[in-house]
Ligand binder design. Structure first.
Ligand SMILES: NC(=O)c1ccc[n+]([C@@H]2O[C@H](COP(=O)([O-])OP(=O)(O)OC[C@H]3O[C@@H](n4cnc5c(N)ncnc54)[C@H](OP(=O)(O)O)[C@@H]3O)[C@@H](O)[C@H]2O)c1
Length: 271
């Protein structure tokens, strides 16, 4: 039987390229997004259907899941991918910005996961794949709140895998390094005078890493591997410097690793 993946945040970037990748491999794809008009070009694939889904709106999540099951009869893989980054000086961020970051990157993933679980549990089969980040296991300056959402996801999923295993539901985290998508354009950047000297240069240095970053195709390939390898492997580092940095973080004492990050990200900052 033809398999089906439901993807969140499929309007651009990793979600969109993953939708195309799976469609070309013959899967049915429920490409979900906040604004379905953005996904019109995906409709050139007859096995892709677009459904409205905002990860912060539980009604839209239920509707999109019901629509996917009606259209394709089943969901085999949920790909929790939607997300964005709030970046800058923590002191300058207000509660609404921080709440929106957690609502999207953490509670959004929890909302969609909880909504799909009864379907997976009933058929004793399913794979939950999440785009966390290399930033779910290591940190860089200015991303304190973004990192805390991705670290939360890593912990959430690492624990969740235990109770889902008896139902044959697999949990997998895709951990990309810098990837060329709309991500950098969607960054919500915040600073204030007292921090500007540090934040502006560090932000520029961080953005420079996107210049040589690979495209989202490499992530789509990794999602394909995670969806099809049949294993209970949890972590899949991918893309650019990501896998190497995660290996170095594992290898080195934190103080050495932090020194290495500073030497790159704080280049050109005068104290
Ligand atoms: N690119 C990187 O360097 C990188 C590295 C590590 C991890 N990641 C993670 O990869 C994931 C995908 O990012 P990307 O790089 O592909 O960036 P992107 O091109 O900006 O795509 C982000 C997607 O998330 C969607 N989205 C945002 N808020 C949403 C909400 N409330 N409900 C539903 N969809 C929402 C966006 O939809 P709209 O079009 O409606 O805005 C868009 O489709 C994110 O979780 C990100 O944190 C990215």
């Amino acid at each position: 039987m033809t398999k089906t993946i439901l993807i969140t945040g499929a309007s651009t970037g990793i979600g969109k390229l993953t939708a195309i990748y799976f469609a070309k491999k013959g899967w049915n794809v429920a490409a979900t997004m906040r604004t379905v008009e953005k996904g019109k070009d995906l409709l050139s694939f007859t096995n892709i259907k677009l459904f409205a889904l905002d990860v912060m709106d539980e009604g839209s999540i239920k509707q999109a899941i019901d629509n996917t099951i009606s259209a394709f009869g089943n969901i085999d893989v949920l790909f929790n991918n939607a997300g964005y980054a709030l970046v800058g000086a923590f002191e300058a961020m207000d509660q609404n910005q921080i709440k929106k970051q957690f609502d999207t990157n953490v509670f959004g993933v929890m909302n969609v996961t909880r909504a799909v679980l009864p379907h997976f549990r009933a058929k004793k089969d399913g794979v939950i794949i999440n785009t966390t980040s290399m930033g779910g296991l290591i940190t860089f300056p200015l991303y304190s709140v973004y990192h805390s959402t991705k670290w939360a996801l890593e912990g959430f999923m690492e624990s969740l895998q235990f109770e889902l295993k008896p139902f044959n539901i697999k949990v997998k985290n895709i951990e990309p390094g810098a990837i060329k998508t709309e991500f950098e354009n969607a960054i919500d950047y915040v600073s204030t005078k007292a921090y500007d000297n540090y934040t502006h240069q560090a932000h520029k240095n961080m953005l420079d890493s996107y210049k040589t970053a690979p495209t989202a195709e490499v992530v789509a390939e990794k999602v394909w591997q995670a969806a099809n390898d049949g294993s209970y492997r949890l972590r899949y580092p991918v893309g650019g410097q990501g896998p190497l940095l995660l290996f170095m973080r594992w290898l080195l004492p934190l103080s050495w690793f932090t020194k290495m990050v500073r030497s790159q990200v704080e280049k050109g900052i005068k104290n």
